[in-house]
Design a protein around this ligand. Structure first.
Ligand code: DGY
Length: 299
């Protein structure tokens, strides 16, 4: 099976693909009837140029930029990489929470500017993380991994999602109540029509003064203009790994000390990325053998 891959994905599993061509989507301008498998990283699929495509193996758990319904209508299976990036993403959410709440990056910049000119006992204090209340929006696999880490930090943990579940990890609240009750809120829902703009200006205004918002999910879940306005006002803090129009980051954020910015690093550990490639390749090999894919996206 001839596979087109938008980049060389990391790890040894990639070399198990016998017939693979690396080609960005921008380079794909002519019809390619020879291609039966496509690897993308949550990128739009040019179905019209790939008449004999059988599988889109998505190097990502999120598939919000892939038209899964259009693929299904053409009989093209879409797969993703669930499970293997939960720990890495939860770790990054915690890193952003700690960095934003304890002013770690702000302190690093102060030292590098040569502005640390007085005793440690003078100023530059932050709010405690231990003992504070964390709200998890979406208690799926990644949300639960965050909740488990939160126990180690002796946090009081609340969660919200469409359906309340029985769990020892966190107490349920509706979204508005959770936003108003927490010192920090972290987002772990997928981007869907229901979650796009979930945290709009009204909901952001429910956050407590000084609260910290962490987003390692998708930028579009938050009204970005409203978030920028809240951050510019200095009322809240944030740790942001994702943005509405990546790789564009609103310039107004660049000068702010109350926000920590990272370039979509959620799954960016060597171990996790190699495990994602493993799943991508296993799905392609299964379909090439005429077997069901390992991790299909089910509509
Ligand atoms: C995903 O897999 O959806 C992530 O955003 C990649 O880090």
């Amino acid at each position: 099976m001839r596979v087109l891959s938008t980049r060389r994905y990391p790890g040894p599993a990639f070399d198990e693909l016998a017939d693979v061509e690396v080609c960005s989507l921008a380079e794909l301008t002519e019809p390619r009837p020879d291609v039966e498998g496509l690897i993308v990283a949550n990128e739009p699929v040019p179905l019209e140029l790939l008449p004999n495509l059988r599988i889109v193996a998505n190097f990502s758990v999120g598939y919000d930029r892939i038209d899964v319904a259009a693929c299904a209508a053409r009989g093209v299976v879409v797969t993703n990489t669930p499970g293997v990036l939960d720990a890495a993403t939860a770790d990054l959410a915690f890193a952003l929470l700690l960095a934003a709440r304890r002013r770690v990056v702000e302190g690093d910049r102060l030292v590098r500017r040569g502005d640390w000119g007085s005793s440690w006992a003078d100023g530059f204090v932050a709010e405690e993380v231990t003992g504070s209340t964390l709200g998890i929006v979406g208690l799926g696999r990644i949300g639960r991994a965050v909740a488990r880490r939160a126990q180690g930090f002796e946090l009081r943990v609340l969660y919200t999602q469409r359906t309340e579940i029985a769990t020892d990890l966190a107490e349920y609240r509706d979204l508005d109540t959770l936003l108003a009750e927490c010192d920090a809120v972290t987002l772990h829902v997928p981007l869907t029509p229901e979650t796009r703009g979930l945290l709009d200006a009204r909901r952001l205004s429910l956050l407590r003064d000084g609260a910290c918002l962490v987003n390692t999910a998708r930028g579009e879940i938050v009204d970005e203009d409203a978030l920028v306005a809240e951050l510019v006002s200095g009322r809240i803090r944030a740790g942001l790994d994702v943005f509405a129009h990546e790789p564009h980051v609103p310039r107004a954020l660049f000068e702010l000390e109350n926000v920590v910015l990272t370039p979509h690093l959620g799954s960016a550990t060597r171990q996790t990325r190699e495990a994602m490639t493993r799943i991508v390749v296993d799905n392609l090999l299964a379909v090439a053998r005429g077997e069901p894919p390992v991790t299909p996206v089910v509509l």
